[in-house]
Each structure stands twice: as C-alpha cells, then as structure tokens.
Ligand binder design. Structure first.
Ligand code: PMP
Length: 425
C-alpha cells in the first residue's frame, strides 16, 4: 500500500504528516489516501484506485478536476513567468468580473488564501469603525485567523477542542459568538454590544459545521441589525461564492454584505482569494488609507489565469441551473431512501452542496450538528471509500457536486449509500 508507506514517511517530516489537519483522517480513523491525480469527477490515489470525488478539494472544483481550458490557461501563464511582484492585466480583469458577480463589491483586493481574505476584512472593519469587538457564529469557520478560532467549526470541531492554543485570551475576549438561526440571541447581543461591534462575520450558509440552512428572515434580521448599529456585515463567501449562484449567497438570498470574502472556486484550485466591498471602506486600505495589508504572491499570474478561465466559464454557462437540477435529483433519491428505511440521518442540502448528519433530529445550528454520531459517520465514510466514493473525511464538513458528476455515477452513488447505510443501521 503506497498510501500507507507515504503517510509513514510523511509523519517523519511534516507535523502529523499533513499540511492541513483534516487531511490526517483523525475524525474518521485509518490512513489518509495520497492522491496521484484527478480528472473530471474522479480522484486517483497512489495505489491506482479511483474514487468519485465529493470533496472536490473542499469546494473549489465546480468543473471537476483539471478542466482542459483551465490547465491550458495556467500552462500558458506559467511559461510567461510565475510571479512578478508587480501589477498585471489579469488582476484587473479578475477584479472586474468579481464585481460583475457581486454588486455589493465596488473594489476588491486579491490575496492567496481564504484565511488571508478574512483576516484582512476583519482588520479593515476594525480600522474603519474604530471598534474592537467582532461577532461570529458558533461553529462558523473562517480560516485559522487568531480572532476567529473561537467556537470554530471545520477541523477544530472534530477535535473537540474548539479553541487553539497560542491565542491570547485578551484577543479572543474581543470575539463574541451567537448560535446560528437564534433570533433571540441575535437581538440580545446587539442590544448589549451592538455599538461596540466592528463587524459581524458569518458564512451566510454555514458549511463548516456541515451544511446548515438559514431560517427564513434570519439573514434579513442580521442585515437590519448591523445597519442599525453601524456594524459592518462581512459575508464569508469563501465556500458559497460562485457556488450557490454566480453572485453567491448574496444573489441567492438577495442580501448585500458590506464586505465580502471569496476564495475556493475563485481560484479554481490555485491559491487565490479576495476581499472587497464598498469603496468607502476599501479605500481605507494602504497605501491610500491607514489599514495595512499586502502580499508577495497576491494576484499571482498563474492563479489569476485560472480565475479568469473559471469566472468567464461560470458567467457564460448555465452551469448553476444544470448543476442544481442534477444535485436536486440526487438529493431527493437519497431523501427517499432515508424516509423508506427510517434511518436516523438528516440530509441538509442547498444548490450543489450537502451534508449527511448522523442524527435523528433536524440540524439547525452547531449544537444540533454536534449531536451527530461521528462514529457512524466514520463507518459511512470508510464504507464509501472502499466502494470508490470519496466524501469529506469528517462529519462537520460540506460535500460538493461538480459539472463533471454524471447522472449515472450519481445513481450508482445512491445505491452504494443505501448498501452502506443498511449495514450501519
Ligand atoms: N472561510 C470559509 C467559509 C472556509 O470554508 C475556509 C476554508 N475551508 C476559509 C475561510 C479559509 O480558507 P483557506 O483554507 O483558503 O485559508
């Protein structure tokens, strides 16, 4: 088993053998598979096994692995130089297309990771409001930003250790949290702290406690409270941006954020992310303004070449309608099986993203998500893996479909889900 050998070797040189914690499979046990290549909806591991991929690099690959046009664009860009540390035409084009997708963005800066986008947006919000505190959702994950590793989801949720060591309590005390979908808690925190809050940052559709949908009126209530108290509303659309619609959750729910963070699909699998909003805020960034933010590789030529191909393809094609229809059919087939067998699981889904929670009760926030039986999820995950299906290796994550997932493969997936779940329950 090459994966096993590679993982043993990796552990000698890389902390826990991985460059990002969830990859270590701690939440599901077993040895992580080492990937050799990906094509379309499929992943191929070091042992030559093929998997239908629903993790899709945690979201970016809405066209599947290695789309030809993107590969060509990146190859061409690489031949012309991998980095200049000076401005290029493509950065301007990417910014213009981002604005087309997100009308709430007047100006946008490119960075290299979602973490960086969020960190910069929070600093900007603190800078322009001259306030210190920020509000986030319990179970919301925004990258490994010091201030936001408080009651965080994703990898830190499965480790049962929501806060990281190494973050001064003086800093995390400035981060307040509320449970998602709880109107009363929301009103209460704004009444008490509204005028001290620089920003309310949230994933409009949380995906890092698994996918959880906002109750009707919840995002609207957030929008009106933030406006009333002069708190900047930051939508972290690193996952939902270009996923739920070309204009992300803001288009889907018709709500405009003050600042928006983007990543994942934006770079099509290359390191690219962005943050932006109304010019009256973004003009506070250096060198015009006093909020410092910078990056050697920001707007990298390879990443912007990939991004331009992604954004042009997404804006041109009717991809969302087709993808959502295909996904909707897949989800209803799973739902039918859940009802038929009365399995104690919940399928939460929107557009082309989903989570299957191993709990009998509806999942509406972090607390209800955490009631899930993670041991059953681990069995489910490995049962699927053995059958050539690769899901996110943790209960508290979103899974995705791509335009490369063919209906016949999805039908086969439903049959395998059924077989594996019958064995668990
Ligand atoms: N925000 C959200 C909503 C995310 O899901 C993630 C990563 N999963 C991030 C921010 C951080 O992005 P990155 O891993 O690129 O730093």
């Amino acid at each position: 088993m090459k994966s096993k050998r590679l993982f043993r070797e990796a552990q000698k040189h890389i902390p826990s053998g991985v460059n990002s914690p969830v990859r270590a499979f701690r939440a599901v046990g077993g040895t992580p598979v080492f990937i050799e290549k990906g094509k379309g909806a499929f992943l191929y591991d070091a042992d030559g096994r093929r998997y239908l991929d629903f993790c899709l690099s945690w979201g970016p690959l809405i066209f599947g692995h290695a789309p030809e046009g993107l590969v060509k664009a990146v190859q061409k860009a690489a031949a012309a130089g991998t980095s200049f540390g000076a401005s290029t035409r493509r950065e301007v084009e990417v910014a213009r297309l981002i604005k087309e997708a997100f009308p709430s963005i007047e100006k946008v800066r490119l960075v290299s990771s979602g973490t960086e986008a969020v960190m910069s947006a929070v600093r900007l919000a603190r800078g322009v409001t001259a306030r210190k505190k920020i509000l986030k959702i319990e179970g919301g994950y925004h990258g490994h930003v010091d201030s936001l590793l408080v009651k965080a989801g994703s990898g830190s949720a499965t480790f049962g250790r929501p806060d990281s060591l190494g973050i001064p309590p003086e800093l995390s005390r400035l981060t307040l949290t509320v449970p998602f979908n709880d109107f009363t808690a929301l009103d209460r925190v704004f009444k008490r702290e509204g005028k001290n809050l620089a920003a309310f940052i949230l994933e409009p559709v949380p995906a890092n406690m698994g996918v959880v949908l906002p109750k009707p009126g919840y995002l609207e209530r957030i929008r009106s409270l933030t406006k009333q108290f002069g708190t900047l509303l930051i939508f972290d659309e690193v996952i939902t941006g270009f996923r739920l619609a070309f204009g992300g959750a803001q288009e889907k729910f018709r709500i405009e954020a003050d600042l928006t963070c983007l990543g994942k699909i934006l770079g099509g699998g290359l390191p690219l992310a962005a943050f932006g909003g109304k010019a009256k805020w973004t003009d506070a960034l250096a060198p015009t303004g006093g909020v410092y933010q910078a990056g050697t590789l920001s707007g990298n030529p390879l990443a912007t070449a990939a991004s331009l191909w992604m954004l042009k393809s997404l804006s041109r094609e009717k991809i969302y309608r087709e993808l959502d229809r295909k996904a909707g059919h897949f989800f209803s087939e799973i739902e039918n099986r859940i009802e038929h067998y009365r399995w104690p699981v919940q399928l939460n889904s929107i557009g082309s993203m989903f989570t299957l929670f191993f709990t009998p009760k509806a999942v509406i926030d972090f607390r209800s998500a955490k009631r899930s039986n993670t041991r059953s999820y681990a069995k489910f995950f490995h049962g699927l893996l053995r059958q050539g299906i690769y899901l996110a290796p943790s209960q508290f994550e979103a899974n995705f479909l791509s335009s490369g997932h063919r209906p016949s493969e999805l039908a086969r997936t439903v049959r395998i889900f059924e077989r594996v779940l019958k064995r668990i329950f």
